[in-house]
Write a protein that binds this ligand. Structure first.
Ligand code: SAH
Ligand code: SF4
Ligand code: F3S
Length: 436
C-alpha cells in the first residue's frame, strides 16, 4: 500500500553524533524514509561513526562485516557510513569494505538524500562553503521533553592526542537567530530541556543581532524563551570559561548546576605535552570561580591515562587532582594513539601499566560518584520525567544535577517537572518518591 522506505541508523560516539543522526533521519524522511529499529527490515542502513579511539573506529568494520549477509541477500540495500570515521578514512572505507554505498562526512550530510538517490559508490567528505543547517528540513524527530541542539562545531585547540580538529574541522558557531528559532520550535513541540552542544561549546562566538555573542549571552537569551525550563551545555574547555559564562551559573535559574569540564590529566608536565594550554592550578582556579557563582554545582571530567611519557608521579598528580576537586561523575580512558595526531609519534606507556592506572582511577571516580549520590539521599530534588519506568507506577528522569532518578509516581506524566524526595542510591541512579 505505502511505498515508505525504512531507514536504520546506528549512532556511535558523542552527543553531537546523536544530534546529527536525528538531523539525517529528518533529511531522509523528506525522501520518504521512516525509521526502523531493525536492520533486517531496512532499505538503508546508516552507521554514524566515531574516530576518537581505536576501538571506536574498529567497531565500524566489525559491524559492516555483520551486514554482509544482508547485503548479499538484498543487493539493493543501501549502506552508508557517516560521521568521524567517514571523514577520516573517506573512500578508503569502500576499498576495505566494498559493500558500502555511501561515505558522508559530518559537514556534508545535508547532501545525504542526493547521495542516496545516486547509483554507484558515493563519497562526500567535503567541508562545503554552504552551511549544512541551511539545507536541512525543520526539526521533527523528537524523542521526549529533552533535546540536543548543536550550536558550535569543530575545534581549533589541537590537543596532541585528539582527532576532532581533523574530523570535524575548524571551529564554527551557528548564528544566534537560528539557534533561538530552533529552540522555540523545539519548545513548541514539548521540549522542556535543551543541551547546547559543541566540541568546544564554551568557545561559542556566534553572529548576533548586534555583533558576536558569547555562550553566556546566548544562554541568557535562551532563558527568556517561554516554556524552556532547563539549559545545559557540553563539552567545555577550561580555558574558555569566561566571566560572563561563570556569572550565568549564578544568576540564570534555568542553567542547571552540572558542568562537564574535561581536564584530561592532573600533571602539569603531561598537560603541556598534551598541548592543553593550561596547568593544574588554572583548573583549580576555574573550578573555584564557578563554585563561588553556584556553590552546589556538580562537576564531571574526562581523563586520559597512559599518555606517552606519563610517569607514576604524573599519574599520582591526576589522582590528587581528582581528590581535590571531588567530581560527581567522570569518564576515564586509556590513551589510544590516533593516526595523524602529534602524540602518535611518541613512545607509548606499557599497556599493563596503563591498564593498572585506569583501574585505580576508575575506582576513585566510582567512589566519588557513590559518595555524591549517597549525599542526595533524604533531599528534595526536581526531576524532569523523560519516560515511564520499568515498574508500574514509576517514572524516570534526571535531576537538576543530572542524576538519573526513578520515581514512584503513579500519576506522573512525561514532560512534567516534579518535586521528589530521594529515598536511596543504587549503582547508577537514585530512587525517589513524589512529594505532593
Ligand atoms: N572537546 C572535549 C572532548 C572531546 S573527545 C574536550 O575538549 O575535552 C572526548 C574525550 O575523549 C576527551 O575528553 C578525551 O578524554 C577522550 N579522548 C580523546 N582522544 C583520545 C585518545 N586519543 N585516546 C584516549 N582518549 C581520548
Ligand atoms: Fe579534542 Fe577537545 Fe582538545 Fe578539541 S579541545 S582537540 S575536541 S580534546
Ligand atoms: Fe567521536 Fe567525532 Fe564525537 S570522533 S567523539 S563522534 S566528534
Amino acid at each position: 500500500m505505502s511505498d515508505a522506505k525504512k531507514l536504520f541508523i546506528k549512532t556511535y560516539g558523542c552527543q553531537m553524533n546523536v544530534y546529527d543522526s536525528e538531523r539525517m533521519a529528518e533529511a531522509m524522511s523528506a525522501e520518504g524514509y521512516t525509521l526502523t529499529d531493525v536492520a533486517e527490515d531496512a532499505d538503508m542502513v546508516l552507521l554514524n561513526t566515531c574516530h576518537i579511539r581505536e576501538k571506536a573506529s574498529e567497531k565500524l568494520f566489525s559491524d559492516l562485516g555483520r551486514l554482509r549477509p544482508l547485503k548479499d541477500a538484498r543487493p539493493d540495500l543501501k549502506i552508508g557510513v557517516a560521521g568521524c570515521v567517514a571523514q577520516a578514512e573517506g573512500a578508503e572505507i569502500q576499498r576495505r569494505m566494498p559493500l558500502v554505498d555511501i561515505v558522508v562526512g559530518p559537514q556534508a550530510y545535508h547532501r545525504l538524500p542526493a547521495l542516496a538517490r545516486a547509483s554507484g559508490p558515493q563519497v562526500d567528505t567535503e567541508f562545503p562553503a554552504e552551511d549544512k543547517f541551511d539545507h536541512l528540513p525543520e526539526r521533527k524527530a523528537l524523542r521526549g521533553p529533552t533535546a540536543f541542539l548543536t550550536v558550535q562545531e569543530g575545534c581549533d585547540k589541537f590537543c596532541a592526542f585528539c582527532v576532532v580538529p581533523y574530523t570535524r574541522g575548524a571551529e564554527v558557531s551557528r548564528p544566534v537567530e537560528r539557534i533561538l528559532r530552533e529552540t522555540r520550535d523545539l519548545v513548541s513541540r514539548g521540549v522542556r530541556e535543551i543541551t547546547l552542544l559543541g566540541q568546544n561549546v564554551n568557545g561559542y562566538h556566534g553572529e548576533g543581532p548586534d555583533g558576536v555573542w558569547s555562550l553566556g549571552r546566548l544562554i541568557r537569551a535562551l532563558a527568556e524563551v517561554d516554556g524552556l525550563e532547563r539549559i545545559r551545555y557540553t563539552t567545555s574547555h577550561p580555558n574558555d570559561m569566561d566571566d560572563d559564562l561563570i556569572a550565568a551559573h549564578g544568576d540564570v535559574p534555568q542553567l542547571m548546576p552540572y558542568l562537564h569540564l574535561p581536564v584530561q590529566s592532573g600533571s602539569d608536565r603531561i598537560l603541556r605535552a598534551m598541548n592543553r594550554k593550561h596547568g593544574r592550578d588554572d583548573y583549580f582556579r576555574v573550578i573555584d570561580r564557578i563554585r563561588k557563582a553556584r556553590p552546589d554545582i556538580l562537576f564531571s571530567s574526562d581523563f586520559i591515562v597512559g599518555f606517552p611519557g606519563e610517569t607514576d608521579a604524573d599519574f599520582a598528580d591526576t589522582l590528587d587532582l581528582v581528590r581535590r576537586v571531588g567530581f560527581g561523575q567522570s569518564y576515564s580512558f586509556k590513551y589510544s594513539a590516533r593516526p595523524g595526531t602529534p602524540a602518535a609519534e611518541k613512545a607509548p606507556v606499557a599497556p599493563a601499566v596503563a591498564d593498572e592506572r585506569l583501574q585505580i582511577l576508575q575506582a576513585l571516580i566510582l567512589e566519588q560518584q557513590r559518595a555524591g549520590q549517597e549525599a542526595m539521599v533524604g533531599r528534595e530534588v526536581t526531576v524532569l520525567y523523560e519516560k515511564p519506568g520499568r515498574q508500574p507506577g514509576q517514572m524516570v528522569g534526571k535531576s537538576d544535577h543530572l542524576h538519573a532518578v526513578h520515581v514512584n509516581d503513579a500519576g506522573g506524566r512525561v514532560g512534567e517537572l516534579a518535586r521528589v524526595r530521594v529515598l536511596a542510591s543504587a549503582a547508577n541512579s537514585l530512587s525517589a518518591v513524589r512529594i505532593s
